[in-house]
Design a protein around this ligand. Structure first.
Ligand SMILES: Cc1cc2nc3c(=O)[nH]c(=O)nc-3n(C[C@H](O)[C@H](O)[C@H](O)COP(=O)(O)OP(=O)(O)OC[C@H]3O[C@@H](n4cnc5c(N)ncnc54)[C@H](O)[C@@H]3O)c2cc1C
Length: 305
């Protein structure tokens, strides 16, 4: 994956997109329409998140495998330690390898039902993503990424320990990290500086920033969940002003401002030398396509929502 990002050096900064596992057959059909739309835009890679719940997990592994086998895209499978023994984790990695997936984003995950609740390790599982990075690397020729947190992980005591834990995951064999979503580029730049000062070797590995275009006031809540904290007041003010003071929010204006904000973030990140822009899509292509067009990528934005 990192090699693929290097191939873009001197060209337009690459972009990538994140999908979520479909919950049912209808959602799966919609996901495939979105996948085909993104296929025409040539992302550097696409990632598929990994959630809790047996049947969704089975569907996740199957659909991610199909991305490898039935599209031209490079899939990165997310893998979490939640409610899995080490034996199950090894077997999942084996299933991914069997379907041609060699890129894995290794995460600890959060307790199901209550992401902020106490972490419970599976009795035969692992406690930290760092341990899972080692397990996956020991299983064969896998390219591993990990999560990084521009404002620190919500369970980290302080930014110093948060930086040390990120460095440990990278030293364990991760080749890059993808950040938690953010709306203030300064946080991304400070993370980059922190890790470079803490460990210049690990700090030189790509830190891929994650963005999400806000398309409605409803997506603000989702964005805050994904950021792990409230959106900056300046961002909320712009969205609220766009919504207006009428009985119903002006959804079109909110969407327009949301795309504008994501475009500004993307441009600043490009200017600051980000190695790739990773978009959370919620399995829709239109908003990301519009942001990419604003940033000068030649993509077809005549997409259905
Ligand atoms: C880009 C991205 C993608 C994600 N995708 C998913 C997904 O698909 N599915 C999902 O369920 N969740 C996903 N998450 C959420 C993620 O699982 C949670 O944020 C989780 O709480 C932390 O995961 P981690 O891999 O960073 O854990 P870890 O790196 O293990 O860290 C967990 C906590 O433990 C601390 N810590 C780490 N190592 C040690 C140590 N040795 N000793 C003591 N403390 C330590 C860390 O500071 C942190 O507070 C994603 C997050 C990001 C940023």
């Amino acid at each position: 994956m990192v090699q693929r990002l290097r191939a873009y050096q001197g060209k337009l900064v690459p972009f990538s997109v994140e999908f979520n596992p479909p919950r049912d057959t209808a959602a799966e059909a919609r996901l495939w329409r979105t996948v085909r739309q993104f296929e025409c835009m040539h992302p550097a890679f696409v990632s598929m998140t990994y959630g809790a719940g047996g049947s969704t997990r089975d569907r996740t592994v199957r659909v991610t495998g199909q991305l490898a086998q039935e599209t031209t895209l490079l899939p990165v499978a997310h893998l979490t330690a939640v409610e899995h023994s080490v034996a199950e984790l090894r077997s999942l990695v084996g299933a991914y390898a069997d379907s041609g997936i060699h890129n894995i984003l290794v995460l600890r995950g959060d307790p199901p039902g209550d992401p902020l609740g106490p972490w419970r390790k599976h009795v035969d599982g692992v406690d930290y993503a760092e341990d899972l990075v080692r397990i996956v690397r020991d299983l064969g020729d896998f390219h591993v990424g990990v999560a990084s947190f521009p404002q620190g992980h919500h369970r980290s005591k302080d930014l110093e320990s948060d930086t040390a834990f990120l460095a440990a995951k990278l030293r364990a064999g991760a080749e890059y990290s993808i950040t938690q979503m953010f709306f203030d580029v300064e946080h991304y730049l400070r993370l980059r500086d922190r890790i470079a000062a803490f460990d210049p070797v690990e700090g030189a590995k790509p830190i891929i920033p994650e963005l999400m275009p806000i398309t409605s006031l409803r997506t603000v809540t989702r964005a805050e969940e994904l950021c792990g904290r409230p959106l900056p007041a300046s961002v909320l003010d712009r969205l609220r002003r766009a919504a207006g003071s009428g009985a119903e929010p002006d959804n079109a204006a909110v969407r327009e401002v949301g795309i504008e904000i994501a475009t500004e973030l993307g441009q600043r990140l490009i200017d600051e030398g980000a190695p790739c822009l990773h978009f959370i899509t919620l399995n829709f292509a239109k908003a990301t396509g519009e942001v990419l067009t604003n940033l000068g990528y030649g993509v077809d934005t005549a997409l259905s929502a």
